[in-house]
Design a protein around this ligand. Structure first.
Ligand code: C5P
Length: 400
């Protein structure tokens, strides 16, 4: 289940006898490569001990909203941001009613309100409680707000009744959680992405480069594949593994990246330039290692091609997305690049901040397009990438 590899799943457990099945769900999610954090309501702890979930998830269990030590370690806002998906399994009738009301007086309610991630619930209750109009109206309201309702199944119930209200089996819940990450918004499209730095050789052992880790471009490659696209990732030197289902083309220099990109443009729908391409390269590359026998050494540099500008110049039909890493006047430079490079979208981040951007696991960006902008609050690069893939898909579809 590749969609779940390296995902951060926040599992909410509420007061229902089906809580025992959530133990198996934690194990299955971890087997699929997800990191799992468990939030338990007070009622849930009456059914299964938090220690059980701590042992299975290998993370501390979160229980209270207003606990100084817990909030210092990972507060409700951090938990909400940490999650790639929030899953409540089992979701009791009471927890569903509380979600429908938007209550935030316990940790799980507050996390659900504060998360930008998809929220899925697996109801579990007596069949009469499930069929009650109050529950049905709450479920309809949650569905309208975009929550994913998993199940319930029909069959024998712990109370002796037979009917709808059984929590889905853990392996089915796992499959449906995996499905949350496959949006299909870019199905049938080819997306070409550049990522990482370039290396501009000075001699056989030295080069000019920058601090780009490639993480943002790689996260975007994963996100567009999850959204159903075919992805070609043209990557400068990085230490990152090839993402699942991504076709990677390895390059070293800006010129090689330029050639590789141009070769793909006739079959490309969307081009995302996330690479930190070196603006200059040494005018000459010495074939021999340069000796340190001179007091001063002058390197002459020449301009590299602007790959993104060349793409929009030669292939105006390609939906081109650029990045603007700026250390001041971010909006001014970003919108200037948007129109100068004839881009459909530009994604700006402030590299004067040390907690986000270059070589950092997190990012916080502002997305600009002709006539609008949207800020995406600080989150992990994979989370930002998924939000960007969804926005790019929306704008691309509007433009067609
Ligand atoms: O370096 P600059 O700020 O102009 O980068 C803006 C955008 O242009 C980025 O998306 C970057 O990947 C792209 N770019 C490029 N080729 C260059 C320089 C930048 O594709 N030589």
């Amino acid at each position: 289940m590749k969609q779940l590899a390296n995902k951060q799943i926040l599992l909410g457990i509420t007061g229902s006898i089906a809580a025992y099945k959530a133990c198996e769900l934690v194990r299955l999610l971890r087997d699929s490569g997800s990191d799992v954090r468990v939030v338990m309501t007070q009622a849930a702890t009456e059914f299964v001990s938090p220690l059980t979930f701590q042992a299975l998830s290998q993370n501390p269990v979160h229980r209270t909203l207003l606990d100084e030590t817990a909030e210092a370690a990972m507060g409700h806002i951090e938990l909400a941001r940490w999650a790639d998906a929030v899953v409540i399994a089992p979701a009791s009738a009471d927890s569903i009613a509380r979600l429908a009301q938007g209550r935030a007086d316990d940790l799980l309610g507050a996390v659900c309100l504060a998360t930008p991630a998809p929220v899925a619930i697996a109801p579990a209750m007596n069949q009469q409680m499930w069929l009650d109009t109050a529950t049905q109206e709450n479920i309809a309201l949650l569905q309208k707000r975009g929550l994913h309702i998993l199940g319930p199944a029909t069959g024998d119930q712990a109370c002796g009744d037979v009917g709808p209200g059984r929590m889905l089996e853990p392996q089915i819940i796992r499959e449906q959680i995996a499905g949350l990450f496959e949006t299909g918004a870019l199905a049938g499209l080819t997306v070409v992405i550049t990522a990482g730095p370039t290396h501009e050789p000075i001699d056989p052992v030295r080069f000019i480069s920058n601090y780009s880790s490639g993480r943002m471009g790689y996260a975007l490659a994963e996100a567009v594949v999850e959204a159903g696209a075919r992805c070609i990732l043209i990557s400068g030197p990085t230490h990152l593994p090839i993402p699942y289902k991504v076709q990677r083309v390895d390059v070293q220099t800006a010129q090689q990246m330029h050639t590789a990109v141009m070769e793909e443009m006739s079959n490309c729908n969307i081009f995302i330039a996330a690479a930190a391409v070196a603006d200059y390269r040494p005018a000459e590359t010495s074939t021999q290692k340069i000796k340190k026998d001179q007091q001063q050494l002058r390197l002459e540099l020449v301009r590299n091609p602007d790959i993104l500008q060349d793409v929009t110049g030669s292939h105006p039909e390609v939906f081109a997305v650029g990045f603007a890493a700026e250390s001041g006047s971010v909006e001014h430079y970003a919108t200037q690049k948007l129109s100068q490079k004839k881009l459909r979208i530009i994604i700006a981040n402030d590299i004067s901040r040390t907690d986000i951007g270059f070589d950092s696991p997190d990012n916080e960006v502002v997305v600009y397009w002709q006539g609008g902008s949207k800020q995406l609050p600080k989150a992990s690069k994979p989370q930002i990438a998924r939000q960007l893939a969804a926005m790019i898909a929306d704008h691309y579809n509007e433009s067609q």
